[in-house]
Write a protein that binds this ligand. Sequence first.
Ligand code: FES
Length: 386
Amino acid sequence: MPEPTGPKQSAAPAVAPQSPPLWLLAELTYKCPLQCPYCSNPLDFADHGEELTTEQWIDVFRQARKMGAAQLGFSGGEPLVRRDLEQLIAEGRKLGYYTNLITSGIGLNADRIAAFREAGLDHIQISFQASDETVNNMLAGSDKAFQQKLKMAREVKAQGYPMVLNFVTHKHNIDRIDRIIELCVELEADFVELATCQYYGWAYENKESLLPTRAQLERAERITNEYRDKLAAAGNPIKLIFVTPDYYEERPKKCMNGWGEIFLTVTPDGTALPCHSARMLPIEFPNVKDSSLQHIWRDSFGFNHFRGDDWMQEPCRSCDEKELDLGGCRCQAYMLAGDMNAADPVCSKSPHHQTILDARAAAENSGEDSPITFRNERNSRVFARG
Ligand code: FES
């Protein structure tokens, strides 16, 4: 991890947000029965404090809703680990949120899906690691994971939910994209996100073994497009969404649709973040146990620092494209350039763009047998000890 190069934390004048936090992501827990090596949770997750209580979560939902939040996502870790999940869903729904459960499916069963339905849950998304049972279970770290996911995907659909599947693709599964799509068709999925791994958290640690080559990526995109056309022609309503990794772009994305513009993440211990990875930055982010969400969103240093463009350095400051991408991703700038105020190195104008070119070159030379650091408590404690 690069050395912090952050600014002093002060009660800097706020750039008042024009919009409320429309999307609230409640990371209920860092506990997870699986060990995916591309998890976006912090490397030192094992070292973070007590989880918020049921009452504290409900209070967060209430405050955010009052500010205008409309979507409530439950994620983790694995949110099913929380025994109060049904109650949290019911409260969220009562407050008028559109509610979304993002899960691995491990810990799910037919009764629990029925209870979620009863509580008013709107949407369930199940993630798979691969279409192949062996690869799926190797990445997940559980020899029962694949069969459980298949069963739960079918059960979710049987109970009247649309089937929404997520496959994170990388070097270990991207060459089987055709099989992944076939599996989704067999399962009668409605929406499938084929999201090429982005390199944050554990994925950043494992990027040498996960980043596909450009040829692999282009092949996967071409095959997805062919399936999309073929399935549409056959009247299959399945929606295939293909997400490319930043590392093969020449311009960065407008991360989170703008810092502190729409997204608000609350971590298991109550830390409030403008994006799920921001915890790595040398900024002290506020906690919902100490401050109101209104104060956090409008007035805190952490949420205001990257609003507007005063913070930008060259080449972003004078760039005629800066409104399009707002300098790209702050977390990526910190990871790759060691400076959270720098241009996102994905941008070919960045003086640190070579780091991206080096990663692409490394992907050409690495094989599927490159070592993997799995996301688990033991490895997390090693990172936490530094
Ligand atoms: Fe944190 Fe992009 S993931 S700003």
